[in-house]
Design a protein around this ligand. Structure first.
Ligand code: ATP
Length: 301
C-alpha cells in the first residue's frame, strides 16, 4: 500500500502554488505543517483527485490516479477545509445520505454510521440537527463522514480549525485510533496538532516540502542552535529586532526570557536548550529566517 507524489506541481496563472513536490506515504500519520498560503490545500486537493495537477502525478500502488479514476476515489476519505454540512439534516441522516452516495447498502450503512458516530462521541446527539452542533461536534462529524467507506487513504485539511484545546486532544486521539493500516495525511498550521500523533512531519513552505522526517529527525536538525536567556526588556527588544526570536515572556522580576534560534551564542548569558518542533516551525516560517527552502534545499522525496 503506497501513495507517491511525483514532482506534483500546480500553477494558478503565473503563481506556483505547489512546486514539484515528491513524497512517498505508507500506512501511518503524516502531518503536513505550513503557514497559511504554503500550498497545503492545493496539494491535498490534488491528492484527492479534485484538482488536476499542472504537471507531475499522484501514484497509487504503482498506477497514476488519473487512470484509476473511481477505483481510487473509492478508497479515499476526505475532509475538506470548507466542508458543507447540510444544517437541516441530523448527523445520522447525513451519514446515511453519504453512505448511499458511496454505494453502501442500507443495513450496513446504518450500523456503520452508528458505530462511527459513537466512536467520535456523537451517538447521543445523532438525531439532532447539525445546525445545533458546536464547531467541535461538526468537525467530529466531518471525520466520521470521511471514514464511512473505510478508506485506505484519509486526507484531513485543517481538521482542528476552530476547536478548543480539549477538543483538539480528543480529535488527535480519534485520528490515532483510525490510523492503523491507513495512510492519514493531516494538514495544519498548529504544531501541537501533529507533534504527538504524526509518524512523519512534512514542512511545507512556498509550495515546496522543505523538510521531512520524524519529529526526532527534524528537531535534531537544529540541535545546538536553540538558546534561552534572561535579559532586560531593552535587550529583548533589540534581540527581537535583529534576531530570530521565537517565544518571549517576562518573569515577575521584570526580566525578559527570550528563546531564539541562532548559529552563534546570541548573548553572554544565553544557554543552549533542547529544540522542539515549534522551534523548527518558527525558524522556518519566520520572516527573518531568510529563504529556508533555498538554504536547506527543497526535499524531493
Ligand atoms: N483556485 C485558485 N486560484 C488562484 N490561486 C489559488 C487558488 N487556490 C489557491 N491559490 C493560491 O495558491 C497558494 C496556496 O494556497 P493554499 O490554499 O493551497 O495554501 P494553504 O497552505 O492551504 O493555506 P491555508 O491554510 O490558508 O488554506 C496561495 O497563494 C493561494 O492564494
Amino acid at each position: 500500500m503506497e501513495l507517491k507524489l511525483d514532482r506534483l506541481t500546480k500553477q494558478f496563472g503565473a503563481a506556483i502554488a505547489v512546486d514539484r513536490v515528491s513524497a512517498a506515504f505508507s500506512p501511518g500519520v503524516y502531518g503536513l505543517l505550513g503557514a497559511n498560503g504554503a500550498g497545503k490545500t492545493t496539494l491535498m486537493r490534488m491528492i484527492c483527485d479534485v484538482l488536476k495537477p499542472t504537471s507531475g502525478s499522484v501514484i497509487w500502488n504503482g498506477g497514476p490516479i488519473e487512470r484509476l479514476g473511481a477505483d481510487y476515489r473509492a478508497l479515499l476519505g476526505y475532509l475538506p477545509q470548507d466542508f458543507g454540512y447540510y444544517p437541516d439534516f441530523t448527523a445520522l441522516d447525513f451519514m446515511l445520505y453519504l453512505s448511499a452516495l458511496k454505494g453502501i447498502d442500507g443495513r450496513m450503512a446504518k450500523r456503520r454510521s452508528m458505530d462511527l458516530l459513537d466512536m467520535v462521541g456523537l451517538a447521543d446527539v445523532s438525531k439532532r440537527k447539525i445546525r445545533t452542533y458546536s464547531g467541535g461536534m461538526k468537525q467530529r462529524l466531518g471525520i466520521a463522514q470521511a471514514v464511512i467507506n473505510d478508506p485506505k487513504v484519509l486526507v484531513l485539511d485543517e481538521p482542528t480549525a476552530g476547536l478548543d484545546p480539549k477538543e483538539r486532544v480528543r480529535f488527535r486521539n480519534i485520528i490515532s485510533s483510525f490510523a492503523q493500516d491507513k495512510i492519514v495525511i493531516l494538514s495544519t498550521h498548529i504544531v501541537s496538532d501533529v507533534e504527538y500523533i504524526a509518524d512523519e512531519i512534512l514542512m511545507m513552505r512556498a509550495g515546496s516540502i522543505v523538510m521531512a522526517g520524524t519529529v526526532a529527525q527534524i528537531v535534531a536538525d537544529i540541535r545546538g542552535t536553540v538558546w534561552e536567556c534572561g535579559v532586560t526588556p531593552q535587550e529583548a527588544s533589540a534581540m527581537a529586532a535583529s534576531m530570530n526570536v521565537g517565544n518571549l515572556h517576562y518573569d515577575r522580576g521584570g526580566m525578559a526570557v527570550v528563546r531564539l534560534v541562532s548559529d552563534t551564542r546570541p548573548h553572554p548569558q544565553a544557554r543552549l536548550v533542547e529544540p522542539t518542533l515549534e522551534d523548527v516551525y518558527l525558524h522556518l516560517f519566520s520572516e527573518q529566517s531568510g529563504d529556508a527552502s533555498g538554504e536547506r534545499g527543497a526535499y524531493h522525496g
